[in-house]
Design a binder for this molecule. Structure first.
Ligand code: 8Y4
Length: 346
């Protein structure tokens, strides 16, 4: 049985005076999160605490090495992915030129506010959403990507889609990576396309599909089941020819998860570093923030979204997918400065 290793992520000063600890290791090569203890699974499925120095070499390396660059971005600190929605419930629906200008302006503002990546999606994946035809999704996203490139913005662009035809058109238009909420299980042609193009892909966990996923989410042990399913999707991606250094994993907060599931996943988030790939977290304005934060309107969930994003940062997540780039950038830069006790604006 594989022994899962759950690093206990820490920020701030070391747990022993500097001259007495040689045990603290960077978590996934992070410059601000470290660990000196790990909970490892025993043969009977229980957990035991071991110090990082007692870990076998392979486990120690898996948890502490710097994940490879994604789209040229060094992952030694969290990166901000700004959400550019191009669905009918946002400004641009693939027809109106004015709305295209608005979508470009939104992208430009996010880049100026400090976005490292832009995530462009033309299919609503809210609970209960229905699928749109490929051609319509392409007509929504491609003009926006082309406009971004024509405007000279060279920020990496992620295409949020489950479909190979949409991903191909978006990559041709200048996108750099694929964000798939179905982890390559919706369209059997997508894995091959990603492999052939050699682009990064985010594999997000979801139980069920957006139309039905919130009906009755069920797990015996959500942290472990999501871990094992992500591991299986990573294995399948590699089998399809996708290089491991192109894979990002995401527990898929809110996708076939109730409030307790979401909280268990966020509480145990650092376990997912044991998947040995970069991690992405998307929590911005999601329903559980409204539930706990007493904010029924999604527009009133900024403060809660920042709190959860900073928790992700403190657990060593490499990419934060957010609506509010400017606010997240400010919160994140302060979080990093305090965690390290110093600040270099680079
Ligand atoms: C208000 C606005 C309330 C938006 C809820 C929402 C993720 C994702 C989404 C995620 C990755 C959303 C496309 C859901 N969430 N991709 N996509 N990870 N990788 N809902 O968590 O933002 S859409």
């Amino acid at each position: 049985m594989k022994q899962r290793c759950h690093a206990i992520a820490r920020t701030g000063p070391p747990s022993a005076p500097r001259d007495q600890t040689g045990a603290a290791l960077a978590l996934a090569g992070s410059r601000h999160v470290w660990f000196d203890g790990v909970n490892t699974q025993t043969a009977d499925g229980g957990w035991e605490h071991v110090s990082a120095t007692e870990l076998p070499r392979a486990g120690r390396q898996r948890l502490s090495w710097l994940r490879p660059d994604i789209c040229g971005l060094k992952l030694d600190r969290p990166r901000i992915m700004g959400i550019v929605n191009v669905t009918p419930d946002s400004f641009w629906d693939g027809g109106d030129r004015m709305a295209l200008a608005d979508a470009l302006a939104a992208a430009r503002n996010m880049v100026e506010a400090g976005a490292d990546i832009l995530d462009i999606g033309g299919e609503s994946t809210r609970p209960g959403a229905v699928t749109v035809p490929d051609a319509q999704e392409i007509a929504r996203v491609v003009p926006v990507i082309e406009a971004i490139r024509q405007a000279g913005l060279n920020t990496p662009v992620s295409i949020d889609t489950r479909k190979a035809s949409v991903a191909a058109a978006a990559l041709d238009a200048g996108a750099d990576m694929v964000n798939d909420i179905a982890a390559l299980s919706y369209d059997s042609a997508l894995a091959g396309l990603v492999a052939e193009r050699g682009v990064p892909v985010c594999l997000m966990h979801a139980q069920g599909d957006p139309a039905t996923m919130q009906k009755a989410p069920r797990y015996d042990d959500v942290l472990i089941e999501v871990f094992d399913e992500l591991q299986d999707r990573i294995t399948a991606a590699e089998a399809a020819g996708i290089r491991r250094d192109c894979i990002i994993a995401d527990p898929g907060i809110g996708f076939g998860k109730n409030l307790q599931h979401n909280l268990t996943l966020l509480h145990g988030l650092a376990l997912y570093h044991d998947l040995d790939v970069a991690l992405l977290l998307g929590v911005s304005r999601k329903r559980f923030i409204g539930t706990i934060g007493k904010a029924p309107d999604a527009r009133d969930r900024l403060s809660g979204s920042l709190a959860v994003a900073m928790h992700g940062a403190a657990q060593g997540v490499q990419i934060l997918r957010v609506h509010d780039v400017c606010e997240t950038r400010q919160a994140l830069n302060l979080h990093l400065a305090m965690s390290k006790g110093s600040w270099n604006d680079t």
